[in-house]
Design a protein around this ligand. Sequence first.
Ligand SMILES: [Zn+2]
Length: 277
Amino acid sequence: MCLNIKILNLVLHHFIFKKIRTGHRRFKNQAVIFDKNLVMFTLEVPSLKELCTGLLHLLYPNLCVGCNADLPAELDCFCLGCRRQLQLTNMHTEVENAFTERFWGQLPLVAGAAMYAFQRRSPIQRALHQLKYKNQPDIGVRIGRRFGHALARTQVFQTVQAIVPVPLHPEKERQRGYNQSAMFAQGLAEILAVPVLTNHLVRRSLASSQTRKKRMERFDNVREGFALRRPDQIKGKHLLLVDDVLTTGATLEACGQVLLEVPDVRLSMATIAIAMH
Ligand SMILES: [Zn+2]
């Protein structure tokens, strides 16, 4: 009965008593209620917007990617507790940094940045683990959007024209159901307003790379794991190559070399985290 009165009063509040609201801010979320003796009093109630937000939250909970705690609507990705443990690198604000240094003498990069420093047993390690092994592709998209906002504020990353995720082995992608780097790319692309190219840079299957090795014995074995399709579509573009974590840099370097074979391609790189030595 109590619940019925509550619901009835809420309906009354929104559809009938709207007219007698005073308009003062402090009365905005108050309903005028009558009890059984018709004594009038006011009760604090959520606004229609708050009710809708609450309902959406029930259907699509906003959880911290580091610890699964409930996140308030104004926070995304990480809760305040996790944020205190995270180390933002701010590398994107510097042209030369620990990220680009790792490719010195190997590849000419326009820019390079990782969002977080990788730490063991930290929220970022847990987020990356969930993204890769626990079927949570949206973590990549959400972190991508967050980093996208930071990159969009820099001149150099604003000139990126397309994003290329490091491809997974097709068998691995089939097992996982998605490529985590492509998820990160998707979030970045939404904010930077550029396309994600997922069919241009591809992994060679093990069989075909072995065949190739036999045919071209001196072929540079760093590059043989990757191949490029439709190079004419990326000619002359500033590409952002993305992966989940930068460790040794061997994979990113191999992919970068393949992309830089296309005339007039300029290359930048971004990852969610960087493992500091
Ligand atoms: Zn958390």
